[in-house]
Ligand binder design. Structure first.
Ligand SMILES: [Zn+2]
Length: 880
């Protein structure tokens, strides 16, 4: 799966969660979740599960289903529970006998007396509402043409929002499906249908039994989807999207990336793809980025539909996501974790292999550079936060399964796998992975099984490595220490340090490189590969070389370590960053400068000056994205800290001007021009900049090469409303007349909610907090992210105390899916008073769910960082 990236994507878990010891006979708690103990107890008794699922879909808000579950039972000495969420149960039949349904809205309990040792058969007939929150069998009505679309999403444990089952990953099963649906619908599942027959005015779709799967990897999607097909590869491929957005789909890219990826993974793993066909669906209201359902992968429309031709960045995002989900088809779907504590290995591995496949099997050869400046930075920042956690942590219940969907689980894990590959060698690593997939195919596995396979291939014991990297949180800092005499290096060592709180030192293989200045260029002088452990490791290979102007101790990014540049190297980086030819090194030096800002070492105003001077010269497209991302981050901090008004206004204008000049200067290069244009729209705040935006919208301002398509129009309308530009509110209604799509409706809400208007804020805060709202969750989420933009500080403050006071009650009433977004409502406004307010809340509200508490502590830490950056400013007089 790929998560939905927002501010809180950098969140991390707060320490290790306690696991409770339950007595074996303790009855299952009456709620929608399943504990690890209850799951383990059930898996001890149940095996060889086969489902026959019947669904009748009409397009109406509810659907009917019958679930037949055949399974072996080791003993019939105790009752057995079957998961089924909020259904109306019509009948329960056990081994051919109708029984009274013992159902509590979360699970059905089958009495011991009705069960027998050996083979059992349970049939549950029920009706249920479709969900509207993106889990279970989600239903959406297209506002453009009234057509109804459904799709399933189950991870971590939402299959029981659709049918009756044992909803846990280690009870793999076969799934045979029959669906009655309207005649113009297409139905997609793990396998291709074996028959479609007329059933009155409807059609009946029959799907043969699948190979064994964990329930969360099974899926069923149905609706009048538009279908594209491509049979030019080894496996048949299809792509699906809603009819009304079909013109936004670029199927050629989809099929090319998919076909090349399947060839790459077949070869790399040495185990062929097991799900026979490869279907991919673009679906509305999706909670996440994408989901690896076996043979029927879902993608959120929001991330992959664009109203003008895709940019290189958007195409690369698509390729990377396709590869990530494809890697899961082996790692996750074919071999599956036993319980949710193993989710990280799925995600780490898919992130790592997805990046490798993107780099090696698509045109995006620099995918590792994008990983460095994207996911890996999130991992560094999370791993340095107080609320970081080890990669491997216990998960007591399905309520906590997604507590760790963060940069540690995805990107630190991927970085440690990358490091392990450098440590063991490419071929040994590949062989270990192959052996693991072969040995555990169609089974469940634990971390020790994976590490064992790699260790066996390498002929070494990886237990110490596993302890250091997977069970201990925190990132080490590495720094070079050296001295020179007579212009030559006379001694050189690599020093590793840890914090007092997380003191583990680790073994790691990196490259250390030295550089000399030649004119305005920075040129590689020497490099050495070093496997270091402990506090200090000598690097004799570098002794005798020319005394360097810059030393970079993690050259080419093999290692996962925070790099501290020595003083001379930092000064060289600041002066010569644009004179580095190698884009990855240039990216790393930019990162060192930005880290300097975030740690309070480099004044923000100095960084802004360097970045504004150098960004327009940046010729690498990926790196340009990361540098202007840092500049946007700098603007965010400036707005948050309320820097001295004259300085803030002047710097804001400089950003506007730099952005606009670059939009005009890049008229011959659409990718660069659009990258600069989105920067411009994101920072525009001065009157002339907003006037220009209004002009672009009404056509009075034009730039050669720049197309203002519907996506761009909405981003302009949003920006103008965010600053209450005269006449901007009327633009929302006008734009809705042009764009009646689902995306347009969401954009209209965002533009309305983002307005600096106390009444609007009050009204929408109440809607967001209303647990009984009829708004689909996808709309609620849009409102949450639009309510309090950084510069609307007094509006944010106006309800801050109320939002904190109501947090415990909302946390209790809502589930983790809602809270992951709602955590955005925790007020953090970059001041000593705000930090104090968060401290008081953390002390008082000790009962919050793990995820919400972590969000609170992480925001408190970010608030502190903002204040530190503010104090380190040397221009103007910031207030914090
Ligand atoms: Zn994933």
């Amino acid at each position: 799966m790929i998560p939905f990236a927002r501010r809180l994507a950098v969140l991390a878990v707060s320490g290790v969660l306690a696991t409770h010891a339950f007595a074996a006979e303790a009855p299952r708690a009456v709620n929608t979740y399943l504990t690890e103990q209850d799951a383990a107890a059930r898996a001890n008794r149940v095996s060889n599960v086969a489902y026959i699922l019947d669904f009748t879909l009409t397009g109406k808000p509810d659907f009917a289903g019958t679930s037949r579950i055949d399974f072996d039972l080791a003993d019939n000495s105790a009752p057995l529970t079957i998961d089924l969420d909020k259904a109306t149960v019509a009948s329960v039949t056990v081994n051919g006998q109708a029984v009274a349904a013992n159902y509590n809205q979360f699970f059905i309990t089958i009495a011991a007396a009705d069960l027998r040792k050996g083979r059992n058969s349970v049939v549950v007939a029920y009706t249920r509402l479709h969900s509207t929150n993106g889990e279970g069998l989600h239903r959406m009505v297209d506002p453009v043409d009234g057509k109804v679309y459904t799709y399933s999403h189950f991870e971590p444990a939402a299959a029981h929002q659709m049918f009756a089952l044992f909803d846990q990953p280690d009870l793999k099963a076969t799934f045979q499906v029959n669906v009655t649906a309207p005649a113009d619908w297409v139905v997609v599942s793990t396998k291709r249908e074996s028959a479609v027959t007329a059933a009155g005015a409807d059609k009946k779709w029959t799907f043969p039994a699948s190979k064994v799967l964990s329930p969360y990897n099974f899926s069923l999607h149905a609706g009048p989807y538009k279908v594209w097909e491509d049979n030019s590869g080894k496996y048949p491929m299809r792509l699906f999207a809603r009819q009304s957005v079909a013109s936004q789909v670029e199927p050629a890219d989809w099929f090319k990336f998919t076909k090349d990826g399947l060839t790459f993974f077949d070869n790399y793993f040495g185990v062929p793809y097991q799900w026979e066909k490869y279907d991919q669906l673009l679906v509305p209201d999706f909670l996440y980025g994408a989901m690896e359902n076996a043979g029927a992968v879902t993608f959120g429309e929001r991330g992959f539909l664009h109203q003008s031709k895709s940019t290189q960045a958007q195409r690369e995002g698509l390729a990377g996501t396709i590869m990530h989900e494809m890697a899961h088809q082996w790692f996750g779907d074919l071999v599956t974790m036993k319980w949710w504590n193993g989710l990280w290995l799925n995600e780490s591995f898919a992130s790592f292999m997805g990046t490798m496949a993107t780099a090696e099997a698509t045109e995006f050869k620099h995918a590792w550079l994008a990983f460095y400046s994207g996911g890996k930075q999130g991992a560094y920042s999370t791993d340095q936060s107080l609320s970081t956690h080890p990669i491997e942590v216990p998960v007591p219940s399905t309520a906590n399964a997604f507590d760790n969907i963060d940069a540690i689980t995805y990107s630190k894990g991927a970085s440690t796998l990358m490091q392990l590959r450098h440590l063991l060698g490419d071929e040994v690593f590949r062989k270990g992975v192959h052996n693991y997939l072969e040995k555990y195919a169609f089974k469940n596995a634990r971390l020790d099984d994976f590490i064992g396979s790699l260790g066996e291939a390498a002929g070494r014991d990886l237990k110490p490595w596993t302890q250091q990297w997977l069970y201990q949180a925190g990132v080490n800092t590495i720094a070079a220490t050296y001295s020179c005499s007579g212009g030559k290096i006379s001694n050189f060592s690599l020093r590793q340090s840890a914090t007092a709180r997380l003191p583990t030192l680790r073994e790691q293989r990196v490259q250390v490189a030295t550089f000399k200045r030649e004119g305005d260029k920075l040129v590689l002088a020497n490099k050495a590969a070093v496997t270091y452990k402990g506090a200090s490791t000598g690097v004799p290979e570098l002794v005798g070389g020319a005394c360097p102007d810059l030393v970079y101790p993690n050259y080419q990014d093999w290692g996962f370590a925070k790099v501290r540049l020595d003083k001379k190297s930092f000064a060289t980086a600041q002066a010569s960053v644009a004179g580095v030819d190698d884009p990855l090194l240039r990216s790393m030096l930019w990162q060192s400068l930005w880290d300097g800002v975030r740690d309070g070492q480099l004044p923000l105003n100095e960084f802004i000056k360097t970045a504004l001077a150098n960004a327009p010269l940046e010729k690498d497209y990926t790196l340009l994205g990361s540098v202007i991302g840092m500049l946007s981050g700098a603007k965010h901090y400036l707005d948050a800290m309320q820097a001295a008004p004259a300085y803030a206004a002047d710097t804001g204008r400089q950003m506007d001007d730099t952005g606009w000049r670059a939009v005009e200067a890049n008229s011959g290069n659409s990718n660069f021009q659009r990258r600069w244009f989105s920067f411009y729209v994101g920072v525009a705040s001065s009157k002339p900049a907003l006037e220009r935006l209004a002009g672009l919208l009404d056509g009075s301002v034009k730039v050669v090469g720049l197309e203002i398509a519907q996506d761009q129009r909405w981003s302009i309308v949003n920006r103008l409303n965010r600053f209450a530009y005269p006449g901007s509110e009327a633009l929302i209604a006008a734009e809705q007349l042009r764009d009646k799509s689902d995306a347009g409706q969401a954009q209209a809400i965002a533009a309305q909610v983002v307005r600096p208007d106390a009444t609007v804020k009050r009204e929408w805060l109440a809607k967001v907090q209303d647990q009984k709202t009829t708004l689909p969750f996808s709309r609620v989420r849009v409102a949450i992210y639009s309510l309090y933009p950084v510069e609307q500080k007094s509006l944010n403050e106006a309800s801050a105390a109320e939002r904190l006071a109501s947090l415990p009650a909302i946390d209790k009433a809502a589930g983790p899916v809602f809270m992951r977004s709602y955590a955005e409502m925790i007020p953090a406004t970059c001041s000593a008073a705000s930090i104090k307010r968060l401290d008081a809340a953390a002390a008082k509200y000790t009962d919050l769910s793990a995820g919400t508490r972590r969000a609170l502590l992480t925001l408190r830490e970010e608030d502190q960082r903002c204040v530190t950056i503010s104090r380190a400013m040397t221009a103007g007089a910031p207030k914090a």
